[in-house]
Design a protein around this ligand. Structure first.
Ligand SMILES: [Fe+2]
Length: 479
């Protein structure tokens, strides 16, 4: 087969792969929830850089909607609370699904063969009041409105709860949907949902994002999302000879409305950012895939130095301490761990290893086992929310003993969501299985000097889950 024919063949096959969702060979066509229309869909709220006073939103239509608007009003008991709604004009950008611009060169995105251009719209509502319930709606074509979506701005202080998810990635609609919905049911008052990378398996594949948006549905629109880039959000555009040159999916920036960190190089913006959520909480998001780790590390060090928040959380995709197979990320650990320790970051929230592992530097497992409090420095979590599962490293984190880290709880073959609650000087952490059983739990309390005390708490948690004591995984039907 000559090169042109081979290319056409690959395009045809992979294109049909993305459009045909049939396992039995029946042609099903594109599912309706993937098709853009005059009506707004894929509505998502992201945390802006000032979440007490702003709400950042993003949505999609087909390309016949050249411009549109969104509206917001304070929520009220009155049926017609919307009479005084304020209107903002959206920013609209076209997205050519089957073509990505890479360094100014148009590259084929064969996963989206047969798909054309869609329009993404974004807006930021500003000058809002803190900790206030608002209702907003977005429009597609003239008169094609979404429902009114209620959401609450950030409080300047007081208790804050949020959810954290490891990789969704596979079986997103079929298997991840139950996890994100369980988290919403458990914590409908969560202030944001944090997705620590690998939200989908092929980041340039529109069909998979269609599943991710459908799985979260109105939850994505109601609770702001913090999205982190994983290795499956970068793509080898073109064919085999360019596979090493992976770049961020061309869907990432159009479909989210993330803070833009002007101090960082353009290629890192909307993938590396910080959010000072309120007086107590400062969240830092890194991009494990940029190849520009030095800039990020310097930025993180500088931002942590100047932050006076009581609680500092850092999230990125590749774990500092791996918990699966032969994976390790030595260079990134050497670069980032000294910074995390220098600033005694409270929680590092990660994904990638398709296992659960939670442990800390500076803790005493012996004291915790006796029900006593322990000192702690930096706490690390690797988690997974989707259905793809790996085996735990056989020696846990023992090979990392030189770093002073100890593994406190681990799991295989289990989908998780985590609920983290900050209330002044106290942080509580809960890891739940998809069927809402408490699997892991701890409390952390900050002293005035910044010292941290860790407690295992008195709550009952599940025994360790492994492939050896859970249902058959390898013989399950394909995702
Ligand atoms: Fe990953």
């Amino acid at each position: 087969m000559n090169r042109l024919l081979r290319s056409s063949y690959i395009l045809l096959v992979s294109g049909f792969c993305s459009a045909v969702a049939a396992q039995n060979g029946t042609f099903l066509g594109m599912p309706p929830w993937q098709q853009a229309s005059l009506w707004p869909d894929r509505i998502i709220q992201n945390l802006s850089a000032d979440p007490a006073h702003e709400i950042a939103i993003n949505w999609r239509t087909d390309s016949t909607v050249p411009s549109t608007i969104a509206q917001i009003a304070p929520s009220a008991a009155d049926a017609r609370f919307d009479a005084q709604a304020a209107t903002v004009i959206a920013n609209t950008e076209p997205l050519y699904l089957n073509t990505a611009m890479v360094d100014g060169v148009a590259m084929a995105a064969p996963d989206n063969f047969g798909l054309g251009v869609v329009h993404y719209h974004s807006a930021v509502f500003t000058s809002l009041q803190p900790d206030t319930l608002y209702a907003y709606r977005v429009q597609g074509a003239d008169g094609a409105w979404s429902e009114w979506i209620q959401t609450r701005t950030a409080p300047t202080a007081g208790p804050v709860k949020f959810a954290y998810f490891g990789d969704a990635q596979n079986g997103i609609l079929s298997h991840w949907s139950r996890v994100v919905r369980a988290a919403f049911t458990k914590a409908p008052d969560a202030r944001f949902f944090l997705h620590a990378g690998d939200l989908v398996n092929r980041g340039a594949r529109d069909f998979e994002w269609a599943e991710w948006f459908k799985a979260g549905s109105f939850v994505h629109a109601s609770i702001p999302a913090v999205t982190v880039v994983g290795n499956h959000e970068v793509q080898p555009y073109g064919f085999k000879e360019r596979r090493s040159e992976r770049v961020l999916s061309h869907l990432w920036r159009p479909q989210f409305n993330l803070p833009q960190e002007e101090a960082l190089p353009v290629n890192l913006q909307e993938t590396v950012y910080d959010i000072r959520y309120n007086r107590d909480i400062h969240l830092f998001v890194l991009n494990s895939l940029s190849g520009d780790s030095e800039s990020q590390a310097n930025w993180l060090d500088s931002e942590l130095t100047s932050s006076d928040a009581r609680w500092k959380f850092v999230t990125f995709h590749y774990p500092i301490f791996s918990s699966a197979g032969e994976r390790d990320s030595t260079d990134r650990r050497d670069l980032l761990l000294p910074i995390l320790q220098k600033h005694s970051v409270d929680l590092v929230l990660q994904g990638h290893d398709h296992t659960y592992a939670r442990g800390a530097i500076g803790q005493s497992p012996e004291r915790l086992a006796l029900g006593q409090d322990s000192q702690v420095d930096v706490m690390f979590v690797n988690s997974v929310s989707g259905a793809k599962m790996y085996e735990l490293k056989s020696d846990g984190w023992d090979s990392y003993a030189d770093y002073g880290v100890t593994l406190q709880k681990a799991a295989e073959n289990t989908q998780f969501y985590q609920i983290i609650t900050v209330d002044g000087a106290r942080l509580t952490y809960e890891a739940y299985t998809a069927d809402d059983q408490l699997y892991d739990y701890f409390e952390m309390v900050k002293g005035n000097s910044g010292s941290k005390s860790l407690s295992a708490g008195a709550r009952q948690t599940l025994d360790a889950r492994r492939f050896s004591n859970t249902a058959d995984y390898t013989n399950a039907p394909p995702l």
